[in-house]
Design a protein around this ligand. Structure first.
Ligand SMILES: *Cc1c(COP(=O)(O)O)cnc(C)c1O
Length: 565
């Protein structure tokens, strides 16, 4: 068995590299280079695959095991392919994944520095970089990597609760606690209330405008209503970039409203303001971009969009905490999320005590003062949700932040926006595609519909006053989605976009599914963008010829159901 471990006498990694190459070679059978998806020849259900999976008595060879593993890579989306536009999943950079895979040979545990050496500095450094980017005092701020954006929001609620009930960790939550988010806030803002035992129904959702931004008047009314009923507000969520629309709420005004409420109701605690910026944090890199010089030669519309987002996200400095997903807009692999708090005491003490050096948790554990943290005395497990902690997240984030730098991230993100703008314009110029997110989204995603004919009435007009034609548009788009879906499977469509319910709501109450393109690959360049728009246009013309006869025969997986109401 020893041959399967790094020999301590040589520390040679030749077998590690050979194993990676072997797996790569076996996987390469399914690459399907032109397509954003790996080839998929498996038709059995998971249950029948499991019937064939048996734990063997005997050992197996690496190549037998890897052959099984390589088989299961069929159907994977290749996020580096310029046509992969299903969701906000980036291709991770090679140096970050190489570092994390290599260092995992040492099996470093982020619970405590005693075994993981100085690698925990990567976590502290990433926290420092992000605190500085956000305008927090890096010596007062703190942060922890945790298991996902969802967990950053879980921390936000937990640390809101402990402001109200500093002893909650010991004695439990006594009740009457709510949190406030907007209707566009991520569903997990409510889910974490379930996990924390205060209950999902305790998450109050405030309405937004058509751009997805919280309505401050409604927010004030919600806070007033809750506080006058004697409820306690643990956390107010501000969106720092919603998943599709990339809406960023007015953070400083939300913080001011919170302060006003503390005075008005003479609250003995301060409700936490947390920014769910797991995607939108990326705009912080543009704080220093020279929008006049425009070194990246970004399209004027892109400049406007990004400049608007920077003005909004800048206000993150008014928040008590925020979250960052490096596995979304940071080009790292899963999971690489970090929760940053303006006051590290709130992370270390698990209670409402402000003094960062106060004994914590009633167990006499001390948080080490910032200047005294050194190898041998740094033990995050004392205050983190996780006990054993993977260091792959901090390592990957550290590598990418240093590798790309601020300019590199500006380039990666700026050029994605820029290519997307060309994609939109090329599609719109045909007269057959209508961009439905152009006026109310400053994000990566493009929502669009295909029109059955040039001159067909607009999505927005039909949604209000012509239900029959709106339904026709809905059906046409669903069938076009199925058509492209089948073409993907047949290797005839390089663009994997998604079918989505979108976010538009009409006074009439009508809703149809729309196409969603969420480009994430650095290989999605201006040139590719135009080529892909042309391909989609050609497919639409092809579809016109077969519209009446087309039936879906094969697809990469079960298609989404038609949306019409
Ligand atoms: C993705 C997302 C989450 C959940 O994050 P995970 O990393 O998937 O756990 C929360 N909020 C927003 C806005 C998101 O986009």
């Amino acid at each position: 068995m020893n041959k399967h471990f790094v020999d301590p006498k040589t520390m040679s990694i030749s077998s590690f590299i050979a194993d990676i190459e072997l797996l790569h070679k076996m996987t390469s059978e399914h690459f399907n280079l032109d397509s954003p998806r790996m080839a998929n020849g498996i038709t059995e259900t998971f249950a029948s695959l499991l019937d064939k999976e048996c734990l063997s008595q005997e050992s197996s060879s690496i190549s037998d095991v890897y052959a099984d593993l390589a088989r299961y890579t069929q159907g994977i989306l290749k996020w580096n392919h310029p046509g992969a536009m299903i969701n906000v999943t980036p291709p991770p950079s090679v140096p970050s994944t190489a570092a994390a895979s290599y260092l995992s040979l040492f099996n470093p545990n982020g619970a405590q520095d005693m075994s993981s050496g100085h690698l925990l500095v990567t976590e502290l450094a990433v926290v420092k970089f992000l605190a500085e980017l956000a305008g927090f005092d890096p010596k007062r701020a703190g942060g922890v990597f945790t298991f996902g954006g969802k967990s950053t929001n879980l921390h936000a609620v937990k640390h809101g609760i402990q402001r109200i009930e500093p002893e909650a960790a010991k004695h439990g939550v006594s009740g009457d606690i709510v949190i406030v988010s907007s209707k566009q806030g991520h569903p997990c803002h409510s889910e974490v209330c379930g996990w924390l035992g205060i209950g999902e129904t305790k998450s109050l959702r405030v309405g937004t405008d058509s751009r997805g931004v919280v309505d401050l008047g409604l927010l004030e009314a919600t806070l007033d209503s809750a506080l006058s009923k004697g409820l306690k507000i643990a956390t107010i969520f501000a969106n720092g970039g919603t998943t599709i629309q990339m809406a960023i709420d007015p953070i400083s005004q939300i913080a001011a409203l919170r302060n006003q409420m503390v005075e008005k109701y003479e609250l003995p605690y301060t409700p936490r303001v947390h920014v769910d910026s797991v995607i939108g944090w990326i705009f912080l890199f543009f704080k220093t971009y020279d929008f006049v010089k425009n070194d990246l030669d970004l399209h004027p519309r892109v400049l406007e969009k990004i400049a608007r987002q920077v003005t909004r996200i800048r206000d993150i400095s008014y928040a008590d905490s925020f979250g960052v997903d490096f596995h979304k807009t940071g080009f790292c692999s899963y999971t690489s999320s970090v929760y940053i708090a303006a006051s590290r005491g709130e992370i270390y003490q698990q209670g409402g005590i402000e003094d960062p050096d106060h004994p914590i948790g009633g167990g006499g554990k001390f948080a080490t003062p910032y200047d005294e943290v050194r190898f041998g005395n740094h033990s995050p497990f004392q205050y983190t949700l996780e006990l054993s902690r993977a260091l792959s997240g901090p390592v990957e984030a550290y590598v990418n932040l240093k590798l790309f730098g601020i300019t590199g991230y500006q380039k990666l993100v700026g050029e994605l926006f820029d290519a997307t703008e060309h994609f939109r314009q090329q599609l719109a110029a045909t007269g057959r595609f209508e961009m439905v997110s152009d006026d109310d989204s400053d994000g990566f995603a493009t929502l669009f519909v295909a029109h059955p004919t040039v001159g067909f009435r607009s999505f927005f007009d039909l949604g209000e006053d012509d239900r029959a034609s709106f339904e026709e548009l809905g059906l046409y788009n669903y069938r076009f989605y199925l058509y492209c879906f089948e073409r993907q499977e047949l290797g005839r469509c390089r663009v994997a976009f998604d079918y989505s319910s979108g976010y538009h709501s009409f006074r009439s109450g009508s809703k149809i599914g729309v196409q969603k393109a969420y480009p994430v690959s650095p290989f999605f360049t201006r040139i590719e963008a135009v080529l892909m728009a042309d391909e989609l246009t050609a497919l639409l013309h092809e579809f016109d010829g077969q519209q009446d006869t087309f039936v879906l025969r094969t697809s990469p997986h079960q298609p989404r159901p038609m949306i019409f109401r």
